[in-house]
Design a protein around this ligand. Structure first.
Ligand code: COA
Ligand code: AMP
Length: 632
């Protein structure tokens, strides 16, 4: 039996022993009484009775173990022309100081802090400072508009928001402070303070964002004179962070991450999945606003004692399609992680990968890709260009670390292009048919995970156990519904074919079509609408809207389109990339009035989908066929 199969079987047959051993790599203030607390299914808790501090495990312990001089963080920002690195000792000092500043603003164990920050070291510092205090951070991606930020502020009810005067998107300066102010106008919850990192690139008067006194403080002002804060031990089951992710409705889901299970699972994943250990340089080219950023820019590399790279730039245009290779070569990156869409962007600009030749990539062993399906073309291109393993792996915000992967550290498996390979130890992955029976090998169905989920995965949704159970655990009792469809083949490889709900994936960014529909439906000329994700060569998927006008609507089609595109950009954010709207006479529906979004998606993807027998009027669907047909 290979190392993978042995580990996998142990993890499923005796999870307590398996994760109990893994937990030895974490420093506990109080060791757990129980590894797995399964007394109240469908809720499971890991490492109950244990106490630890995640920041201590990510920073202080490495300094105490004699690695204070090792690089913890390299900030590489082509958009500002800045490079800066922090040793473990320096980063610990900065984090302790900012934690002290937050404490002086009244932030304590269990309090929430919302972070709305670009890719700057202060984002990492602020996250770890919250962890140090036992406070709960909730990072909101900078590409979201004020309304989306406001919804998250209202749900998390933070005492403090930490933001910056601006972000930099390629060559464009995006002022963040006015968006934060607008969000705070919209939110019912009011925060005590906002800490604003003043960046020289902000366009506001004096080069800085205007502060609203006494609510707002400058970051530098906040840390001046602050007393460094010590690590506060918290329960393993206490929340470390809340990360909002798109569900099928307009209201985002607050995925909760605990402290203990998260530290154990992430630490384990670095060596076993990614094949990296202490002292190695790891680079996840993502954003701290997404789960990849939380897990693999910040927590996992630092828990492991690696050097992590924080890259403020794009795969192309900052300045060219060789940017990724430059960063990997300059910092001696051993394992790199990004989304397939980023590789497609590079491939489009530099199809022969000529720019790669200018860089010494001898340290780079593996390229990991996730966030959306890795299409075989992109896989082949990257494998040829890099001439080293390109590894697809599948996971989601809810799980926080890979569900299915090629466990490079444990035992490299043969790659089957199009499949992220095999279930990671801890995840009992199954494919179920609609009647709840297990699908035959090779047959499509819903991909589910048998409970309990391993450590590090979501224990619940923020203050909403009911929605947690309803969204994930009700469809197939005893199983977690991933929301993805696919199959498991004869060799045990999992094939993830796409979402079965109304979540779409645009350039590796997870978005809800429901939230866009809400914005469109609010337009006075719109009677009803549907938004679906359609295939896109670069971004994987892009949203496409279909609207039916009110009978008395007197608006020019071009004007309506531009108003709707503008409204989604303003209210959801530019990241939605909502640019296409079709005005149609009617939407296909079932007799009970449900819009047949799944059927529309199928036709837009160029699949021959059966017309549901419950359709109210098949001629409506027929009229849509030419509009839906894929153009790429
Ligand atoms: N703050 C403000 N605006 C942002 C933003 C941020 N943090 N991130 C993105 N945006 C804006 C972009 O500027 C763009 O605006 P535009 O419509 O005015 O051009 C819009 O949101 C869409 O952004 P994006 O999806 O990033 O598209 P792009 O065309 O700028 O770049 C790629 C395309 C493929 C290069 C880019 O999406 C990419 O690097 N993707 C990697 C994905 C990734 O890291 N995913 C995380 C999971 S691993
Ligand atoms: P997020 O929560 O933003 O990480 O998005 C998770 C979703 O992205 C999953 O449910 C999948 O639909 C998709 N996804 C992520 N990684 C992969 C992958 N390797 N293959 C296919 N789909 C993926």
């Amino acid at each position: 039996m290979g190392a993978y199969t042995a580990a996998y079987e142990r993890s499923i047959s005796d999870p307590t022993r398996f994760w109990g051993v893994a937990a030895r790599d974490i420093r506990w203030r109080t060791p757990p009484d129980r590894v797995l607390d399964d007394g109240a299914p469908p809720f499971y808790r890991w490492f109950t009775g244990g106490e630890l501090n995640t920041c201590e495990n990510a920073l202080d312990r490495h300094v105490e173990d004699g690695h204070g001089g090792r690089l913890a963080l390299i900030y590489d920002s082509p958009v500002t022309g800045t490079r800066r690195s922090y040793t473990y000792r320096e980063l610990t000092g900065e984090v302790a100081l900012f934690a002290g500043a937050l404490r002086a603003l009244g932030v304590d164990r269990g309090d929430r802090v919302v972070l709305y920050l670009p890719m700057v070291p202060q984002a990492v510092i602020a996250m770890l400072a919250c962890a140090r205090l036992g406070a709960v951070h909730s990072t909101v991606f900078g590409g979201f508009a004020p309304k989306e930020l406001a919804v998250r502020i209202d749900d998390a009810r933070p005492k403090v928001v930490v933001s910056a005067s601006c972000g930099i998107e390629g060559s464009r300066v995006v002022p963040y402070k006015p968006m934060l102010d607008a969000a705070l106008e919209l939110s019912a919850h009011q925060v005590n303070h906002c800490v604003i990192l003043q960046r020289p690139e902000a366009p506001a008067p004096g080069g800085h964002a205007e502060l609203t006194r006494p609510r707002d403080l400058d970051w530098d002002e906040a840390v001046t004179g602050a007393a460094p804060a010590e690590c506060v031990p918290v329960a393993a089951t206490d929340p470390l962070y809340i990360l909002y992710t798109s569900g099928t409705t307009g209201r985002p889901k607050g995925v909760v991450r605990d402290n203990g299970g998260h530290a154990v699972a992430l630490r384990w994943s670095m060596e076993n999945v990614y094949g990296v250990g202490p002292g190695d340089v790891f680079w996840a080219a993502s954003d701290v606003g997404w789960v990849v950023g939380h897990s693999y820019i910040v927590y996992a590399p630092l828990l492991t004692g690696c050097t992590t790279v924080l890259y403020e730039g794009k795969p192309v245009g900052t300045p060219d399609a060789g940017a990724f290779w430059r960063v990997a070569s300059e910092h001696g990156v051993k394992a790199m992680f990004t989304a397939p869409t980023a590789i497609r962007a590079v491939k489009k600009e530099d199809p022969q990968a000529e720019l790669l030749g200018a860089y010494d990539l001898s340290a780079l062993e593996t390229l990991f890709l996730a966030g959306e399906r890795l299409d075989p073309d992109t896989y082949q291109w990257a494998s040829r260009a890099l001439d080293r393993p390109v590894i697809d792996h599948w996971w989601q915000t809810e799980t926080g670390w890979p569900i299915v992967a090629n466990p490079r550290g444990l035992e490299p498996m043969a790659v089957k292009p199009g499949s992220p390979s095999v279930p990671v130890p801890g995840y009992d992955v199954r494919v179920l048919a609609p009647d709840g029976r297990e699908a035959e090998p090779g047959a499509d169905g819903d991909i589910v995970i048998r409970l309990p989920l391993p450590p590090g995965t979501l224990p619940t949704l923020w203050q909403d156990d009911e929605r947690f159970v309803q969204s994930y655990l009700t469809r197939y009792p005893g199983h977690y519904l991933t929301g993805d469809g696919g199959r498991i083949d004869e060799d045990g490889y999992v094939w993830v074919m796409g979402r079965t709900d109304d979540v779409i994936n645009v350039a590796g960014h997870r978005l809800s079509t429901g939230v866009m529909e809400e914005v469109i439906a609010a337009h006075p000329a719109v009677a009803e609408c549907a938004v679906i994700g359609v295939g896109d060569e670069l971004k994987g998927q892009v949203p496409r809207g279909f609207v039916v006008l009110k009978s008395d609507a007197a608006i020019d089609a071009a004007q309506l389109r531009s108003e709707l595109v503008g409204a989604v950009r303003r209210q959801v954010g530019p990241v939605a990339s909502f640019k296409e709207v079709a005005i149609v006479p009617a939407l296909p529906k079932t007799r009970s009035g449900k819009i047949l979004r799944g059927t529309m998606r199928g036709l837009a993807d160029g699949r021959e989908v059966p017309v549901p027998s419950t359709i109210e009027d098949a001629s409506v669907l027929d009229a849509l066929r030419p509009i839906l047909r894929p153009t790429t």
